[in-house]
Every structure is written in structure tokens, then in C-alpha cells.
Ligand binder design. Structure first.
Ligand code: PEP
Ligand code: MN
Length: 339
């Protein structure tokens, strides 16, 4: 249930309303926007009399929220969430470009790529240290050492770092990580999501291989329910019957999430495509669709990459792509919405 307040509500009346609601066992999620203040009520609201609430001086309107996701629901928080990472912002009309290799392989590799993607306009550096690989015989990542190398690349370039966590026990290693990624395979690892809900780090949550929008938002809700509201949603393609592409990019997720949620939405074209040649085109489509950013795999020597070489862009290709993406973003910003 949401309670929409009138402009400039009387402070005492508001406080007594909140106390009354809390006494009913409800949690209150307050969203103070430019034009409206909304009290989002979490818990069992069946015993609340809507007419009684509606009759209060400070109340403009009361609505029931049918969806099981509350804190990430646009109805609870009508304005877009903007998440600050270092000196950049995700959401709020900014284009976030996260670029870097699938996996951190060496200091030279990560620092070379970091410098090049920064020059091209990337706003954050990605690189996997703990790698979820389908085969136990594949490169599993440099783990703690990988994070240490990312920290060096961050120091050399100033780029905030994004890297994946696979288990809550790894959290101590993530002290200097700017954005913690939850991979597609862990989207419904609820214990991990709960642990991340207790941190204050922005979380890049990837959609699972075969999960619905509602399941995706419920996973975001797990993190937010724990108190961490800094969640970035990421679509990375879902499993379909097609085999030419690694996954099928669901571009409709972008406008759908903008309706359903207030959280920033980014696209991972690399894992969606599985082939570098497709990455530029679907990246452009993502920006045109209104995505807040992209996370793109870039490798200085894709032929010899230890993971995901076939889908990684060479730095010079990323450079050309970044220019194009910023240009499309400008057009999208400076032309009127169609609806
Ligand atoms: C990755 O980003 O390297 C990765 C493993 O992604 P996903 O979880 O989307 O497969
Ligand atoms: Mn990868």
C-alpha cells in the first residue's frame, strides 16, 4: 500500500500517522520526491482502512500495491534512482560505460585494458576475479590476487572497479571494490543477496538465465529489504532455442523495468551475444532503448583470453563504439519522448 501525501504536510500530523502505522506492525519506506512524498507500507496491510487514511488532512491518495516487490517498485518511489559510484553517477540521464576483460589475468593485462578503455570514455572498469565457469577445468580466476590487481588498475586510472562475488564469505576481499556484481547464476542465491543487503556497496544484479521480470525484481527486493537500496539491474540475455547467439538479448526489459521499477538498468551485450561482431549493434540498440549504461567485455588480446575471448572487443573497436554510443545517447536525450 502507498500513501501519497499532500504538499508540505503538517510535521506533527505526519509523525503521528507514522507512529500509528508502525504500531500496526508496518515498515515505512519514505520517498521524498520533488513533487510528491510517498509513504510505502511494507507488511500486512489488510487491516488498514483505506477510507480512514484517505480522510486524513495530510493525505492526498491511498493505493494498494498488488506486486510482491515493494522497495524496488516504481509506485513506492516515482523518481528514478541515481547511484553515485566514485565520481560518476549511474542513472539520472547519465550513460555509464563499464568496460574491461571477462577475467583479470595479469597486472599488465588489466592495467593496459584499463588505461585504453578510460581513454575511450569508459566510466568504470570491469574484470572477474572469482569466475563462475561451467567447467571446473576452465580458468577459475585469480581470486584475491585478481582483486588486488584491479585495485592497482583503479589506482593507476581512477576508474571505479566492478567485479563479481560468488559467495558471501568472499566479502572481506571486496572492501575496495566499488560495485559488487552478482552474476546470472547467482541471481537467486538468496543467502548471498541477504548478505549484500547488509553492505553499503552498489550491487550490479544480473538477470538469471531463465528468470522472469518479477523474479528479477524480487531478487533486487531481497537486497533492498536488507537496507541496501543501491541496486543496478542488468540484462545479459536469456536462454532460448537459438544457438547462433550465446543468449537472446531481451531489449524489452529496458522499457519494462522503467515502468515497473525506479532502479537504473544496464545491458551486457557481450554475454548476450557471445560473439564480438554482434556487440556494437546490440549496444547501440540498448542505448536507443533507454538503458542507463552498458557493461562490455574488452580484451587487449582476445585470441588468447583465458575466458570469453570470442565475445570480447579489441580496445580500438571499443573506442569507436564508445563514440557512437555517446552520440546516440545525446540524440536520445535531445529528442522528445514519443509516448
Ligand atoms: C561475467 O560478467 O563475466 C559473467 C560471468 O556474466 P554472467 O553472470 O552474466 O554470465
Ligand atoms: Mn565473461
Amino acid at each position: 500500500m502507498i500513501v501519497i501525501l499532500k504538499k508540505n504536510p503538517d510535521k506533527n500530523q505526519l509523525e503521528s500517522l507514522k507512529t500509528w502505522l508502525r504500531d500496526k506492525g508496518l515498515d515505512i519506506h519514505e520517498s521524498v520526491g520533488m513533487s510528491q512524498t510517498i509513504l510505502g507500507l511494507i507488511g500486512d496491510t489488510t487491516g488498514i482502512d483505506i477510507n480512514l487514511l484517505n480522510a486524513l488532512d495530510i493525505v492526498e491518495d491511498v493505493k494498494r500495491v498488488q506486486e510482491p516487490y515493494k522497495k524496488c517498485n516504481r509506485k513506492f518511489h516515482p523518481e528514478d534512482t541515481v547511484i553515485t559510484v566514485g565520481n560518476t553517477q549511474v542513472g539520472g540521464g547519465n550513460l555509464t560505460l563499464i568496460a574491461g576483460p571477462c577475467a583479470v589475468e595479469s597486472e599488465e593485462q588489466i592495467c593496459t585494458v584499463a588505461k585504453l578503455v578510460k581513454q575511450s570514455g569508459a566510466t568504470m572498469l570491469r574484470g572477474g576475479a572469482f569466475k563462475p565457469r561451467t567447467s571446473p577445468y576452465s580458468f577459475q580466476g585469480l581470486r584475491e590476487e585478481g582483486i588486488r590487481l584491479l585495485e592497482i588498475a583503479k589506482e593507476e586510472t581512477g576508474l571505479p572497479i566492478v567485479t563479481e562475488i560468488m559467495d558471501a564469505s568472499q566479502l572481506p576481499c571486496f572492501k575496495n571494490v566499488d560495485v559488487i556484481q552478482v552474476g546470472a547464476r547467482n541471481m537467486q542465491n538468496f543467502e548471498l543477496l541477504k548478505a549484500l543487503g547488509k553492505t553499503d556497496k552498489p550491487i550490479l544484479l544480473k538477470r538469471g538465465l531463465a528468470n522472469t521480470y518479477q523474479e528479477f525484481l524480487m531478487s533486487a527486493e531481497y537486497i533492498m529489504a536488507g537496507g541496501n537500496e543501491k541496486v543496478i539491474l542488468c540484462e545479459r540475455g536469456v536462454r532460448t532455442y537459438e544457438t547462433y547467439t550465446r543468449n537472446t538479448l531481451d531489449i524489452a526489459l529496458v522499457p519494462s523495468m522503467k515502468i515497473l521499477s525506479h532502479l537504473p538498468v544496464i545491458i551486457d551485450p557481450s554475454h548476450a551475444a557471445g560473439r564480438y561482431a554482434l556487440v556494437p549493434s546490440i549496444s547501440c540498440a540498448a542505448v536507443a532503448a533507454g538503458a542507463d549504461g552498458l557493461i562490455i567485455e574488452v580484451h587487449n588480446d582476445p585470441e588468447h583470453a583465458l575466458s570469453d575471448g570470442p565475445q570480447s572487443l579489441k580496445p580500438q573497436v571499443f573506442d569507436r563504439l564508445a563514440k557512437k554510443l555517446y552520440a546516440i545517447h545525446e540524440v536520445m536525450k535531445n529528442t522528445e519522448d514519443v509516448l
